[in-house]
Design a protein around this ligand. Structure first.
Ligand code: RBF
Length: 153
């Protein structure tokens, strides 16, 4: 896989084979969130995580990410959570409400449980910007979210 992982200097510096990850994925805009999930999942494997230690949880939309992330983070065995979503601006102010609630909610979960909880949520003005960040010319932000929690661990 090209992208940010190629800039990691020797992945063996991460010893995460016993770490347990949850990836929470919003189904809204799933043409974007699926490649983001794939990016996060394969990045974890490349960095040394074991398949059996990666759990996937789906939620309807990004607004539901904090609750599911909280449920995951509260499990004693969970070491880190990656939240995946894509909010695209429309004609009404819903974009601002959703983005603010989701970013704040996800941050609170990490602080409450003192575990890395990554914000792998695209907040874009249009679909083109989202595609560029979900495996397009600007990389895959799911992959970056996975690398972030591994570094935090
Ligand atoms: N969820 C997303 O993950 N991305 C979106 O772009 C998005 N747009 C929405 C636009 C409107 C007008 C509404 C009402 C919801 C939208 N949602 C979106 C869903 C939202 O995250 C949540 O699932 C629902 O509001 C139900 O709580």
């Amino acid at each position: 896989m090209a992208g940010i992982l190629s800039s990691v200097d020797g992945k063996s510096k991460f010893n995460i084979k016993n770490k347990k990850f949850s990836i929470v994925v919003a189904e809204w805009n799933d043409d974007i969130t699926e490649p983001l999930y794939e990016g996060a999942y394969s990045a974890l494997l490349q960095l040394g995580a074991k398949k059996d230690n990666i759990t996937r949880v789906n939620v309807p939309g990004s607004f539901e990410l904090p609750l599911a992330a909280q449920r995951e983070a509260s499990q004693k065995h969970t070491d880190a959570v990656i939240c995946i979503g894509c909010v695209i601006q429309g004609d009404t102010p819903h974009f601002d409400y959703i983005c603010q609630a989701v970013s704040y909610g996800i941050m609170k979960v990490g602080l409450k449980y003192e575990k890395p909880v990554a914000f792998g949520v695209l907040t874009t003005l249009n679909k083109k910007q989202a595609l560029e960040r979900a495996g397009g010319k600007l990389g895959n932000k799911g992959e970056e979210a996975a690398l972030t929690v591994v570094k935090m661990l």
